[in-house]
Each structure stands twice: as structure tokens, then as C-alpha cells.
Design a protein around this ligand. Structure first.
Ligand code: GCU
Length: 457
């Protein structure tokens, strides 16, 4: 008997080993390919080396992430969202839209997130299945959809956008929908080890309704889009996905789009679909995402004015946090070979020869691009230092003048508030919950905020 158990145990270990081994190898080869692509981009930019990122894992490391507020603002002067490049002040909404907004968009396109090609292909949406089922106590209709991207220009790359739309089955008319960038990873996917930086593991799901059930209870529907079905989350994948398709399998140019804009492009294609689906009120679509998808959420909202509201969760560096801040994650981390693919190649320059203060725009102007539409900036506290809640709050404050120029309310205060202070009276909303790197505790607050704007008929 003992022998049999021993045998079974060894057989199990061998099976487990051969199961995990290939994905580890695959991870290694992805990392190497990403490093090669990163190097190729640095060569294009004539950069030999970049500064090291902050270490979020070891507080004693020489490059340990900074959490000392007295050292967090080496570049305290932000570019003024309401001054034109020629020095003139922007004093009217018309000047904002005609003159300043295009300047800011151009800077973000060229230096930060990259340009979406003009001739992106047509996406044909197919309903794969429609199912009537339940979510908790709520009868729902679930549509599984595939957005087939026309690849006739380069047939060896196929892109099918994966989207699921759920609406209350008993809805009287069309309903508002909150769409989430879903953490849906291909089989075998693992976060690189550094990705657990400075945060606790995800807290267990609290008892109570899920965000989907909270949304359904308000009479709205929800949708989940899979970013990875649009563009892979690594540098190795830049010659594939929608970015690779547009470049016919070749590497990017320095101002080509990165994954964040590709994901946002996919979200806009989902919006195209919503505009054709009678069960959905396409004028009342919200977008939500957490962490890297919090960044994608802000980019989506900034670039596509059809989205009515955004829940930007723990977006940090590359999202709502000011690039000019030295707190938690910094520009150098995102410019490194593990994350640069989120951005335009040009972004790497600001971790190399240039510095954060050289960036022509900063995160407050990305928030300002969402104006006058409502945005909810969210973060956690303990274990979420990496995302620099204060740096995101400061960006929210600095976006305020644009919202006010467009007749809306700003955050109302400029002092960083105590944890769990709910600021939802204006169109720029903010709340730092007391838990870790998760959107969960802020869902009820977001729904309360969103209810000021989003109405069921
Ligand atoms: C890493 C990365 C962050 C990102 C996060 C995530 O921590 O440094 O920028 O937001 O992963 O997406 O979980």
C-alpha cells in the first residue's frame, strides 16, 4: 500500500512538473523576445541605456521605491492645461476644443501612448450565443460576442475581440451598461514576479453582492471585454495582435500605439457594437478597469467621448498618477522591458536622456481630456502604495480648471483627504478605500456617483 501511494505521489509530481514547465519556458521566451524588442526600440531612439526603475519589493534596496512625501515632488511645476503652446491663455470652451485640446492630444499621441493608425480595419461583430440564465437573484440575458477584425491586409495575423454582454432579462427598454476590462488571461499566463510589488495578495472576495450584482440591482447591464484578445500584454506580442496586424508583422515606430491605446481601441469597437444593440442604451455606457486596465480605462475615456463615465481603479503610473511624482512606481519602471509595450516607444526617452520634467504633458491633462464627462479616480491604501494615491489625487485637482471652464465642478478641495473620504459632488470624483490593490470596496461609491448621471428609463 505504502509503495502504491509513493508511486502515485511521484507520478503526480512528474505530471505537475510537465504541466508547469512549458509555461515557465514560454514565459522565459516571452521575456527574452520582449527584451529584444525593447532593445530594438532603444536603438531606433539612439538610446544606450535607461535609468533603473524603483524597487517595490525591497525597502532597503538602493533604488527602493520612495514613499517619503518630502521627496515626492522633484518637478512641482505641471504643464498648464489652459495655456497654449504659444503662451496665450485659454479662456473659453471654444478655445479649449479648437486649440488646446488638439495640442494636448498630439503630445499624448506622439510621446506617451502612441498614435492609432488612421486606417484601422473594420470589425464585424458576431453573436456567438444568447443565454437566459441567473446571476444570484437576477434573471439575465448573456450574449457572447466575437469582434472579427478584417485582416485582409495581412492574413497571417488574426484578431477576434472577445466580449460578453449581460443585460437584465426583465428590462423594460434599453439599459445603461458598465463595461469592464476583464483580467482574463490565456491558459498558463502568470504575472512576472516583480508584478507583486509592494502590495498584499488580493484580499478574499468580501461577502455580499459582486459588482455585477450591484450593477444589476441598479437596473443596469454589464459587459466584459478581454484586452488580451485585442493585444497581448507583453513586448513580444507587439508584432502580433491589432498592433502587429497594422504593421504587417513588423516592429513599431517610436510614435506607434502601445497596448493601452490598442485596448482602448478595442473598447471603442465594443461601443460600436453597443450602438447597434437595441437592449443597450449606448449613450449611457460606463467603462471600468483596475491597475493596468485602470490605465486603459482612463485612456479609453480620454480618447472616445462616447463613453459617459469611467471608474479608474488603482491606475498608478501610466494612468492617473502624475509622471512627475517620485512615489511608488515611476516612469523608469513603465519604460523598462516588462511594461514599455503599454506605451509609445518614445516614452522610453523620459527614462533615458530626458527626465520626467521634460514630458510635454502630464496625467492631469489626460484626465482633462475626459472633460466634461464624469470620472471616478479610485485607489486602495495599505498595500496599494505603488499606485501613489496622492499623485492621482493631485492630477485630479490639476484637471479641475478644465472641468470648470467647461461648466462643471472640480474635486472641491486641493488637500489630500483622509482615507475613505468620499468626494463625489463634482464631475471629478475621488476615493481612497482602506484596503489593498483592488477596486472591490469602491464599487458601491462608484455606483452612487454614477447614479448622478446614469439613469434607467
Ligand atoms: C504592476 C505594474 C503596475 C500595474 C500592475 C497591475 O504592479 O507595475 O503598473 O498597474 O502591475 O496591472 O496589476
Amino acid at each position: 500500500m505504502k509503495k502504491i501511494i509513493e508511486f502515485l505521489f511521484i507520478a503526480m509530481m512528474i505530471a505537475l512538473h510537465s504541466y508547469t514547465q512549458p509555461s515557465r519556458q514560454a514565459q522565459d521566451s516571452l521575456r527574452k523576445l520582449s527584451e529584444q524588442d525593447h532593445k530594438a526600440m532603444m536603438d531606433l531612439l539612439h538610446i544606450d541605456s535607461i535609468r533603473q526603475g524603483a524597487n517595490g519589493n525591497n525597502p532597503n534596496a538602493p533604488n527602493a521605491a520612495n514613499y517619503d512625501e518630502s521627496k515626492a515632488n522633484p518637478y512641482p511645476n505641471l504643464p498648464d492645461p489652459l495655456t497654449l503652446k504659444n503662451g496665450k491663455k485659454v479662456t473659453t470652451a471654444k478655445m479649449w476644443w479648437k486649440k488646446r485640446h488638439p495640442e494636448i492630444v498630439e503630445d499624448f499621441d506622439r510621446e506617451i501612448y502612441g498614435r492609432v493608425p488612421k486606417n484601422t480595419p473594420k470589425v464585424t461583430w458576431e453573436i456567438l450565443s444568447t443565454t437566459d440564465t441567473m446571476n444570484g437573484d437576477f434573471p439575465i440575458t448573456v450574449k457572447k460576442l466575437a469582434g472579427h477584425v478584417d485582416n485582409s491586409s495581412y492574413p497571417s495575423i488574426t484578431v477576434n475581440i472577445d466580449l460578453t454582454l449581460t443585460t437584465p432579462a426583465n428590462a423594460k427598454g434599453h439599459v445603461p451598461v458598465i463595461m469592464e476590462f476583464g483580467f482574463i488571461f490565456p491558459p498558463g499566463f502568470r504575472f512576472p514576479p516583480r508584478d507583486t510589488s509592494n502590495r498584499t495578495t488580493q484580499p478574499p472576495a468580501p461577502a455580499g453582492p459582486t459588482w455585477q450584482q450591484q450593477v444589476l440591482a441598479t437596473g443596469w447591464g454589464y459587459a466584459i471585454i478581454s484586452p488580451n484578445s485585442i493585444q497581448a500584454d507583453n513586448g513580444a506580442g507587439l508584432t502580433q495582435g491589432i498592433i502587429g496586424l497594422m504593421n504587417k508583422g513588423q516592429r513599431r515606430k517610436p510614435d506607434d500605439w502601445g497596448a493601452l491605446r490598442a485596448w482602448a481601441w478595442g473598447a471603442s469597437r465594443a461601443m460600436d457594437y453597443f450602438e447597434t444593440d437595441k437592449s443597450v442604451d449606448a449613450k449611457q455606457i460606463g467603462i471600468e478597469g483596475h491597475s493596468r486596465y485602470g490605465k486603459a480605462t482612463l485612456v479609453t475615456m480620454a480618447y472616445d467621448s462616447r463613453f459617459a463615465i469611467a471608474f479608474i481603479s488603482s491606475s498608478g503610473e501610466g494612468g492617473a498618477k502624475l509622471h512627475r511624482r517620485n512615489a511608488g512606481e515611476i516612469v523608469e519602471n513603465v519604460a523598462g522591458s516588462g511594461e514599455y509595450h503599454w506605451m509609445a516607444g518614445n516614452f522610453i526617452k523620459y527614462a533615458g536622456p530626458l527626465n520626467w520634467g521634460d514630458l510635454p504633458v502630464d496625467a492631469h491633462e489626460l484626465i482633462a481630456m475626459c472633460a466634461p464627462r464624469p470620472v471616478f479616480i479610485s485607489s486602495g491604501e495599505k498595500g496599494d502604495g505603488w499606485v501613489d494615491a496622492r499623485g492621482m489625487f493631485m492630477a485630479g485637482v490639476a484637471a479641475g480648471p478644465v472641468y470648470k471652464l467647461l461648466g462643471k465642478k472640480d474635486l472641491g478641495i486641493a488637500e489630500f483627504p483622509k482615507v475613505e473620504t468620499t468626494l463625489i459632488d463634482g464631475e471629478i470624483a475621488f476615493r481612497q478605500h482602506s484596503q489593498g490593490h483592488t477596486p472591490v470596496p469602491n464599487w458601491p461609491t462608484f455606483i452612487q456617483f454614477a447614479s448622478h448621471y446614469i439613469k434607467t428609463q
